[in-house]
Structures are given as C-alpha cells and as structure tokens.
Design a protein around this ligand. Structure first.
Ligand code: ATP
Ligand code: MG
Length: 759
C-alpha cells in the first residue's frame, strides 16, 4: 500500500466554527477601532496579530509587523485579546475565544517552550520535538509540593492522585492525538510522576521497564513518527491504601499485524526485528541463524533499515535488560527471539509449482529448514500446512491443494499470527510479573494511550476501527464536560437550557445499530463465502443511505460524517481483514511443534475458536476465529468504556505542530485541524455557547464600579453590578445573574475591559 499522507479534513458543520456563527460568539458587530489589536488572515491562510492604523468605509489599514502594512475588509478581522492576556495558561481566560486567538495563544507559549496549556479541564500538550527542561525530580517535587502550578502532565498526574485519595474513586488519564503528537511520551511522563512516589519493592521501576519492551515489539518507524505505536494501550496502575504503587495491569488493543509481512517504502517493521539482528550476541545469532536485516524479504521491501539517532544494537540490550527486570527468564527470552527469527525466515520461505494447475510445495532450503527448526516441527509438517488445506464438506474430509497465491497468503497469515500471539504472550507475562495479586486495594489510575482520529487520502479497515473508537471516546469526553459545566450552572442557579450541546450519538448509532449498522452489516457480509468488498459496499448503500451520518460514494467507497469531519472509506480488503482467517492446518501445525511458545499460541487460538458453530464461511474452510476482528474490537472497546465510566477522567490532548518532526515550527493550519479533531475547539465552543466568563458579584462591582456615571442607591455588589450592566447596555441574552456569580457570554468582558483601560 502506498504510504498514507495526512489529508486535511473537510469538517462538518458541527466541527467548523465559521465567522458569523452565533455559537462562536457574535463578532459581526465588532467594529475595528484605531490602535485596536486584531487578527487578520494572510494570503497563506495563517492568522496574524496586527494593529489597526486607520479605518475608512468598510476597510482597515493594518500594521502587520515592522514595516509591513496591509489594507483589508474590516469585516474579515477578528478581535484580539488585550495584551495582558498574551500567553495565558488557560485558554478559557481569553476574553475572545476565537480560532485565531486560541492558535495565537498556543503559539505564543510554544515559542517560549511552554508546551502545556489548559483549555478548561483539558490539558493541551504541543510536541516540542526537542528536549525541554520541564521534567525530572526537581519538577516532580515542585508539583508535589505545589510550589509550581503551571499546566503540566505532572499536575494532571498529581490531581489524579489527589482525587483518587480524596474521593476514593479510580481515576483515568486519557491521552489522545494523532500519530507523532506525543501521546506515548506523555504517557511515560505521567507514569514517571506516579512511579516517583515509590512502591517499596521496586515495582514502580518494573512498571517503567514495560515501556521499552512494548515499544520494541509494538512500535515501528512510520513516515509520520520514528517511534509510532502500532497498538492502543491501557495501563492500570494500582495503589495500596498508603498511596504507594503496588502493581499494574496492561491491556492492548488492535496490534497492526499486517506490518509484519508488508510495509510502505520508508517505513520499518517492528523495532525488535532490527534490534535482534543488530544486537544479538554471537551465540544467539548462531542459534537463531540470524542474517543481516537487508537479507530478509519481509524487511527488504520498504528499503529502510535504520532510524536517525537510534542504535538498534544498544536498544536490544536495553530491551533484554528490561525483560530481566520484569522477570522474563533467560530461557523465555531466547524462546521469544526464536519466534522473532522464525517470523523473519518465514518471509523467505518460497514455493515451487508442481502441476499445471499452479499448485505448489515449499522449497526445501535454508529458509524452510530454519523455520522448521525454530518452531520445532518437521519440514513435511510445514509443507503440509502451507501447501494443503483440510476441509470438511458434507461431513466428508477432503484435502485441497493450494495455488501459489493461496500458499503465499497462508504463509503470511501464519507469520502474522505467530507475531501477534507473541505480542499477546509478552503482555501476559508482564501482567503476571506486575500483578497485584492478593494485595489488591481497588484504587487505581489508568493511563490510556490510544491512536487518535485518522483521515488519509485512502482510509481502510484500520481507520474505520480507529475512528469508531474515537467516536466512543469523544462521547465520553463530551458527556464528562457537559456534566462539569452543568454542575457549575446548576449550583449557581443558572438556566442551563440555553447552552447548546452536541452529541455524536447519531454517528455511534450508525456504527452500532443492529441489524442495520455498519458493524452488523460488515459481520453479516463477512460470513457469506461469495461476498466481496463491492457487495459489502452495495449493502451499506442499500440500507444506510437515509442515515444522515452516512453517504454512499461511487464503487466500493462510502463516507461517514464523524464528529471530527467526514471520512471516505474504501472497502477494499474490509472483509478479509475482518475475517482474519488462520486456517486450522496452521493452528494444528503450531500445536504439533516441539517448542513451547508455538504450542501455547495454538492452545490460545483453539480456545478462541469454536468450530461447532456453523456459519457459511466456516463450513467451507476450517478456521480458527469465532469473533470477527471488528466484533472483538467492539467488545474490547465496550469493556474499556465501562472501565472508564467508573473513573474520574483527566484529558490530555497532544498536538503535533508540524509534520517534519522538527522543533520550533508551528504550522497554524495543522494545529487548528488537530484542535478540532481532538475536541479542544469543541470544549472552547461549548463554553462559548454557554457563559464562559464568570466573576463573583463582589469582584465585578469592585473592578468596574468606578465607571458608573450615576450613583447607585445601594452599595450592595449585586446592585452595583446590575447598574453597570445596564449602563453598558449589555444585552440580557449575553449574561445571567447567578447566586454568587455573574455569567457572561464570551467577548462581553472584553468591552468593559477596553473602556476600563481607556479610562
Ligand atoms: P503514535 O500515534 O505514532 O504512536 P505518539 O502520539 O505516541 O504517536 P510519540 O511517539 O509520543 O507520539 O512522540 C513522537 C516523538 O515526538 C517522540 O519520539 C519525541 O521525539 C517527540 N516528543 C513527544 N513528546 C515530547 C516531549 N514532551 N518532549 C520531547 N520530545 C517529545
Ligand atoms: Mg505512540
């Protein structure tokens, strides 16, 4: 597959705050005045902060930067915040909460290495792509002792800890963002903070050491990130009653196993392949018959073997050291590496055609001999599994010979499932080692590091699953924020109904409805032996065309209106990826192997399969999987959501400021896109559509009381406040008076501040 390049989304109306949209605050009545700071849009689409020199008619002359002057339509300008608000550490403090002011504020901070900013309850983290001095024991102590309170991952982790103890409720830290935005690094920084509390038995150190292992086996260099996680991860960290770490549990989601047999030019397969080949000591190298990375077919196809600044041999030592620490025995480690080598050599197993119907047998050579040796089976068994298929038709056993294409697919399917099983096995071992066992206290902090919303030129089954997951997470996010806002309004007696709030339930229904939802229809079609990606696409169009979140496209394509924008999916490969068949012959091969790991893998696969259920595609080919990939994923996702529902969530949104993985480059368009996709602009929007500026009656009276032209009968703060509101003609729909506070729609205080500053 060609390397996917990120495409700008075409946002749906909901995600696209446009000028003049009332929900974004009324800026149309904004009249630019001389000396005002405003934002103007440059020809390249970026917003620039500038000062109004003069206005005449409907045009303004602006000073954009030293010596640069522009003449623009006044109505195209957006108000900028007063200078004292430059670089505020919470976006909600901005009086004008427009797109340009949010972008400008983040950029202002980013240029000073202030990569963390709050957006109300959400922490925004802009990837610095360089070392920033914000971490380490000194900072950890400062956040623990509250001598520092600027936004930080440490502050989030600390809040989670405090709330866990105070409320006796489990906590979660939910990290999202697109590939390369910094989710995994952020998760590690949070773990570092929690681990610094200590556990006593060194368990906290063990927990940190799971990172290099999982990254070696589950991360790879992609075009977007040199260390891209190809799986989702939830780590639940358990605490004892005294608040110390006492164990952890890791759950992983949807490892991208196709990468093992195929990856795009310029990308790499999983790090461990390169690390093993570069770093294995001579004896292991000989035992596993390792070659150089550029000699394996699976690794050769992408023409990329190294990562700038990374020493694979050194990383191999780091990984084995980490395996020692999480108590994976030397013997098990060697078994693991034997599987890694077997997968590589499987790619080199080739076939010879034996008849004129294109049927094949494997070639007996170094590759097939090595695979058989490493798995612990005979060459004959390997040949049988890869060149023939046993089937039951009408209760009769028959043997079908495979063609070259079928045999190659079977071989690749075996390689993928051995690798995926190995990954699962590793996670299981780690969990055993970190297990809380009987010391379980029930209090935990979970950290979720999961792929964000994706939209490329071509979107396939993987994006379909990922975006579905994000739709669920977004709902969780929305509902939480909604609840938070609601609580504050209700507490102060404010009419809540006036705050408009969007839900993405319609889109979730499109995915989940039975029997006529995307997932059900996919599963149904996957069970028909004669179904194709085209018949699947047609079925979707037939049943879902009336759904407002669905749009049928030409041929095999369809589009979904996600909360973050519309995404067009190409159904090519959907059915096959969803079925993810591994033939019974392959499982039986693994079961027969003398090595312990293949046997273990086979027993797991058999446990998951249930051949007594007869569905059409199962009766023609004995297969292993009871659940389709999409159904399994949905099950995992529901479990995850259930777990998250019972926690107090803390949200971190990671932002990638450029696609070059370079420091000091801040591309506004790219940032804006992500702010929309990960819901930050939605947070801003929600509060905009509500009453984001809040001030107690006392403070309001104190701050603006002197502007009153007439005496007020009562010096009561509330009376003074109401008088000010009247004098300044602040429209009734622009504010509400609560029991203790005044609530303003966005922009209102800005006007008062302007007057106050001029007085
Ligand atoms: P993927 O979805 O592909 O796994 P990700 O969001 O997990 O991406 P990371 O791997 O965490 O992205 O980050 C990508 C790179 O960005 C890191 O390898 C590192 O170089 C840099 N980076 C991220 N966060 C930080 C940080 N806080 N300080 C310094 N560098 C960072
Ligand atoms: Mg990652």
């Amino acid at each position: 597959a060609a390397a996917a390049t990120p495409r700008r989304l075409s946002p749906t109306a909901a995600a696209s705050p446009t000028q003049g949209d009332a929900r974004w605050g009324d800026t149309s009545s904004y009249g630019a005045k001389k000396k005002h700071r405003v934002f103007c849009q440059l020809p390249n689409g970026d917003w620039a902060l500038c000062t109004v020199l003069t206005t005449s008619g409907d045009e303004s002359v602006l000073k954009v930067s030293e010596g640069k002057v522009l003449r623009l339509k006044t109505e195209s300008l957006q108000p900028a915040n007063p200078e004292i608000l430059d670089g505020v550490d919470d976006l909600m403090q901005l009086s004008y909460l427009s797109e340009p002011s949010v972008l400008y504020n983040l950029q202002y901070r980013y240029s000073q290495d202030l990569i963390y900013t709050k957006a109300g309850p959400v922490l925004v983290a802009v990837n610095p792509f360089k070392k920033v001095s914000l971490y380490g024991n000194e900072y950890i102590d400062a956040y623990r002792n509250k001598t520092m309170d600027s936004p930080h991952v440490y502050a989030i982790a600390d809040a989670a800890l405090r709330e866990m103890k105070r409320d006796e409720v489990n906590q979660s830290i939910i990290i999202s963002g697109e590939s390369g935005a910094g989710k995994t690094e952020t998760a590690k920084i949070a773990m570092q903070y929690l681990a610094s509390l200590g556990g006593g038995s060194g368990i906290e150190y063990e927990i940190l050491q799971t990172n290099p292992i999982l990254e070696a086996f589950g991360n790879a260099k992609t075009l977007r990130n040199d260390n891209s996680s190809r799986f989702g991860k939830l780590i639940e960290i358990h605490f004892s009653t005294t608040g110390r770490i006492c164990g952890a549990m890791i759950q992983t989601f949807l490892l991208e196993k196709s990468r093992v047999v195929q990856c795009a030019v310029g990308e790499r397969s999983y790090h461990i392949f390169y690390q093993l080949c570069a770093g294995a000591p001579a004896s292991l190298r000989e035992k596993l018959n390792l070659k150089k990375v550029d000699e394996y077919k699976y690794l050769k196809q992408s023409c990329c073997y190294s990562i700038a600044g990374v020493d694979d041999a050194q990383m191999f030592r780091t990984v084995t050291e980490a395996m020692n620490i999480v108590h994976i025995s030397k013997e098990d480690q060697e078994n693991v590496f034997a599987m890694v080598s077997a997968v590589l050599w499987l790619g080199d197993v080739s076939f010879t055609v034996i008849d004129n119907e294109n049927h094949v047998e494997i070639i007996v050579d170094e590759a097939s001999k090595t695979v058989a040796e490493l798995l612990g089976c005979s060459i004959e068994d390997l040949n049988l599994a890869l060149s023939k298929r046993h089937m039951k038709v009408n209760n009769e056993n028959i043997v079908q010979k495979l063609t070259l294409a079928q045999a190659t697919d079977t071989r690749d399917a075996l390689a993928k499932s051995v690798y995926a099983s190995l990954f699962e096995w590793l996670v299981e071992q780690i969990n055993k080692s970190l297990s809380v066992g009987k010391r379980r206290t029930g209090r935990s902090i979970s950290i979720l590091d999961i792929y964000g919303f994706e939209s490329f030129d071509k979107n396939s089954f993987e994006q379909f699953c990922i975006n579905y997951a994000n739709e669920r997470l977004q709902q969780h996010f929305n509902r939480h924020l909604f609840k938070l806002e609601q609580e504050e309004y209700v507490e102060d007696g404010i009419d809540w109904a006036k705050v408009d709030f969007e839900d993405n339930q319609d889109c979730l229904n499109l995915f989940e409805k039975k029997p006529l939802g995307l997932l059900s229809l996919l599963d149904e079609e996957s069970t028909f032996p004669n179904a194709t990606d085209l018949t699947f696409a047609n079925k979707l169009k037939q049943h879902l065309n009336s759904n407002s979140c669905f749009r049928g496209e030409r041929g095999k394509a369809f589009a979904v209106r996600h909360y973050a924008g519309e995404v067009a999916y190409d159904t090519s490969g959907f059915l096959e990826k969803n079925r993810d068949l591994l033939h019974m012959d392959s499982i039986q091969l693994l079961a027969k192997c003398k090595s312990s790991l293949p046997q273990f893998f086979a027993s797991k696969m058999l446990a998951q399969s249930d051949n007594s259920i007869s569905v059409p595609y199962r009766s023609s080919a004995a297969d292993s999987q009871k659940l389709s990939v999409a159904m399994k994923f949905k099950g995992q996702l529901f479990q995850l959501m259930q777990r998250l529902e019972s926690t107090t969530p803390h949200f971190i949104r990671c932002i990638k400021p450029n696609n070059l993985q370079l420091p000091a480059i801040y591309e506004q368009g790219l940032v804006l896109q992500q702010l929309k996709c990960c819901g930050v602009l939605e947070v801003v929007r929600i509060s905009r559509s509500g009453y984001p500026t809040r001030m107690t009656h006392q403070k309001f009276a104190r701050r603006y009381g002197f502007l009153l032209l007439e005496d007020v009968a009562s010096q009561e703060p509330l009376s003074v406040s109401v008088a000010i509101l009247h004098q300044f003609n602040i429209l009734p729909e622009m504010y509400q008076v609560g029991y203790t506070k005044l609530f303003f729609r966005t922009g209102q205080i800005g006007k008062l501040e302007d007057t106050r500053n001029r007085t």
